[in-house]
Design a protein around this ligand. Structure first.
Ligand SMILES: [Zn+2]
Length: 330
């Protein structure tokens, strides 16, 4: 049995560039309008740190719109998840642009007390954004998918009422940060974990529901749509080193292709879902929560998202959220 979870990372670029209007408010408005039309929920991973800082320093006139948009989405039944890019908390604005703190890029390698302070602050800002002090986000996604070393971050999140992580995609690897999710490839559609998010541990307290990904030959990753999205990034990320790393990544024999409803074309989305449906026919009794990912800053083609929603409707595949399925999964 398949259930679909649409997650959207709600944020501007990771180096602090770009406007809230272009990269967050307008694309999120299109997505929310579409999901409301189809009467299905989304999980919105709100990157708390950047909005906290932008709000504090009032560097973007539209920050109040962002807060109103999140509040309204929450009131309409969309799930708000916790997403943290910790490099924001020590950020300074020099009058023209943000200077982020690269030494705090990976939450998981920071001292325990620092992780505790960051998680508490991020959670507090989410409570303010949704205007509900009793609200505890149940789901988490690490900034840049970096959720190793998993402890003590996972325990700190658990102590803050988070129960589900969705940072992993099977086969994912970030050599520069010593993060490797290849061990997760032998796992099922979700698993409990303790010491390492990529290793199943039936006694673990936290649940991993990974972003769905398939290993494909590198050339399948190159489509005109992806090329234009990457071009958008390049305007902001001119580092040659970064580009070379990306080229080398492409030449890995296989590459994990995420189920990304903002980056994949209609054809790619169709192929991926057909593969999932075919797999489900062989094991219909196995529960398969399928997590799709998108980023507000990547949305170029809302029609592809509508195509996917129609496809799911035609195949009677329900769309749900982490909080709605959690009790069934433990
Ligand atoms: Zn992010």
């Amino acid at each position: 049995m398949i259930e679909f979870i649409f997650t959207v990372d709600y944020e501007i670029y990771g180096d602090g560039s770009g406007s809230l209007k272009d990269l967050v408010i307008e694309p999120a408005d299109l997505l929310l309008g579409l999901f409301d039309k189809y009467r299905v929920p989304m999980v919105i991973f709100v990157e708390a740190a950047e909005f906290d800082l932008i709000n504090q320093y009032k560097t973007d006139k539209d920050i109040d719109f962002v807060i109103r948009q999140v509040r309204s989405a929450y009131k309409r039944g969309h799930e708000i998840g916790l997403h943290i890019h910790p490099q924001w908390y020590n950020a300074r604005h020099d009058g023209a642009r943000w200077q982020l703190d690269r030494s705090e890029y990976n939450l998981c390698i920071l001292p325990e007390e620092r992780i505790k302070a960051i998680v508490a602050r991020a959670k507090n800002f989410i409570k303010f954004m949704v205007d509900d002090q009793r609200f505890d986000p149940i789901s988490f996604r690490a900034g840049n998918w970096l959720f190793q070393p998993t402890q003590p971050a996972a325990k700190i999140l658990y102590d803050n009422e988070v129960r589900i992580d969705s940072s992993v995609f099977k086969g994912g690897r970030f050599k520069e940060y010593s993060v490797n999710y290849r061990k997760a490839m032998i796992n099922g559609y979700f698993w409990k974990f303790e010491e390492d998010v990529s290793i199943e541990n039936p006694d673990g307290k936290m649940l991993e529901i990974p972003i769905y990904a398939r290993m494909v030959p590198f050339w399948q990753m190159v489509t005109p749509k992806r090329f234009f999205i990457e071009k958008g990034y390049e305007r902001y990320h001119q580092s040659k080193k970064g580009r070379w790393r990306k080229i080398k990544d492409y030449f890995n024999l296989k590459y994990p292709k995420k189920l990304d409803f903002c980056r994949l074309t209609e054809r790619e989305l169709k192929e991926m879902i057909e593969f999932i449906i075919k797999t489900d026919c062989k094991s219909p009794s196995v529960y398969k929560p399928i997590v799709a990912i998108g980023h507000t800053k990547d949305l170029r083609d809302i029609n592809a998202v509508e195509y996917l929603l129609n496809f799911l409707r035609d195949y009677k595949i329900p769309v749900t959220t982490f909080s709605r399925i959690y009790m069934r999964m433990i």
